[in-house]
Design a protein around this ligand. Structure first.
Ligand code: ATP
Length: 254
C-alpha cells in the first residue's frame, strides 16, 4: 500500500505579469520520501517552494498539507502547521551558543515564538538542554556545543540550521539548495546529516542543482522546465529520460 500523501500540490500555476513561472504543476509528496525538484535556471523551482511556504499566492490551484489547505495562509501559520524551510541564508542567532540555538528552536516550537528570556529558565543541563546536546551530537555537531554560532564556518552554520529545523519535528522539511556554494567535503557532511533525517522517516523536498546530492538522497525526482513538469520518477528513470537529458542533465554532466 502506498504511504499517505503529506504535500499535495494541486494544479498550481503562477503568473508574474505575462510570464508563466509555473503552469499547472501537479505533484504529490508521500510520507518518508525525499523528493528532489531539479531543472535549469528559471524553471520555477524557487517559485514552487515559495508557493508551498506562503511566500507567494498561486494564480491558480492550491497546496494541501496532510489534507489542510495552505493556500492563503501566512508563512508563520504554515510553519506552525508543520512545514519547516531552510533557505540559502542561515537564520541562526549569532550571539548565542550552538546548543542555545537548538534550545531556542525547541522552545519556540513549544511556545509559538522565540523568547530569549526562556533560555535562562532552561539551562543547558535542563531536559531541553540535554535533548539539544543529543541532537547536535547525533548529527555531527557535538564538537561545537558551546561555541558561538556566529563563529562557525559557513557550512557548519547551515548544518546548525538544519538541526534547528528538525528538532521542531516538522511534518515536512523544504530545503532550497542546502549545499549551494559548498566545497565537496562540506557537501558530503551535509549529505550525511540529510541521510540521518531520511533514516528517521522525515519527509523532505529538496531543490538542488548538484546532481551528486540529488542522486545520493532522492527517492523520487521531479524535473521542471519552463514552469512545467517535464518528467517525474525514480532516480534511474530520470537519469535515462531523453527529455530530461536534453533539457537539463546533459549540461550538468551527471
Ligand atoms: N517575483 C518575481 N517577479 C517576476 N518574475 C519572477 C519573480 N520570481 C521569479 N520570477 C521569474 O519566474 C521564473 C522562474 O523563476 P524561479 O526563481 O522560480 O526559477 P528557479 O528554477 O528557482 O531558478 P534558479 O535555479 O535560477 O534559482 C523566472 O523566469 C524568473 O525570472
Amino acid at each position: 500500500m502506498s504511504k499517505p500523501i503529506v504535500l499535495h500540490i494541486d494544479h498550481v500555476s503562477k503568473t508574474f505579469g505575462g510570464l508563466d513561472a509555473l503552469s499547472n504543476v501537479h505533484l504529490d509528496i508521500r510520507e518518508g520520501e525525499t523528493h528532489a525538484i531539479i531543472g535549469p535556471n528559471g524553471a520555477g523551482k524557487s517559485t514552487l517552494l515559495n508557493v508551498c511556504v506562503g511566500g507567494l499566492e498561486p494564480t491558480k490551484g492550491k497546496v494541501l498539507l496532510a489534507g489542510t489547505e495552505l493556500t492563503g495562509r501566512r508563512p508563520f501559520e504554515i510553519n506552525q502547521l508543520g512545514v519547516a524551510r531552510v533557505f540559502q541564508t542561515p537564520e541562526i542567532f549569532a550571539d548565542l551558543t550552538v546548543v542555545e540555538n537548538v534550545m531556542m528552536a525547541m522552545l519556540s516550537h513549544r511556545d509559538g515564538a522565540f523568547r530569549l528570556r526562556l533560555l535562562s529558565r532552561f539551562g543547558d543541563r535542563s531536559e531541553t538542554g540535554l535533548r539539544a546536546t543529543k541532537a547536535l551530537t547525533d548529527l555531527g555537531l557535538g564538537g561545537h556545543l558551546n561555541h558561538l554560532a556566529g563563529a562557525l564556518s559557513r557550512g557548519d552554520k547551515r548544518r546548525l540550521e538544519l538541526v534547528m529545523s528538525v528538532v521542531q519535528q516538522p511534518k515536512l522539511l523544504l530545503l532550497d539548495e542546502p549545499t549551494a556554494g559548498m566545497a565537496r567535503a562540506d557537501t558530503n557532511a551535509t549529505i550525511d546529516i540529510l541521510r540521518k533525517f531520511k533514516e528517521s522517516g522525515m519527509t523532505i523536498v529538496i531543490i538542488e542543482h548538484d546532481m551528486h546530492v540529488v542522486f545520493s538522497l532522492a527517492d523520487r525526482i521531479t524535473v521542471l522546465a519552463g514552469g512545467r513538469v517535464i518528467a517525474q520518477g525514480l532516480p534511474d528513470e530520470i537519469k535515462g529520460n531523453p527529455k530530461v537529458v536534453e533539457a537539463y542533465l546533459g549540461e550538468e554532466q551527471v
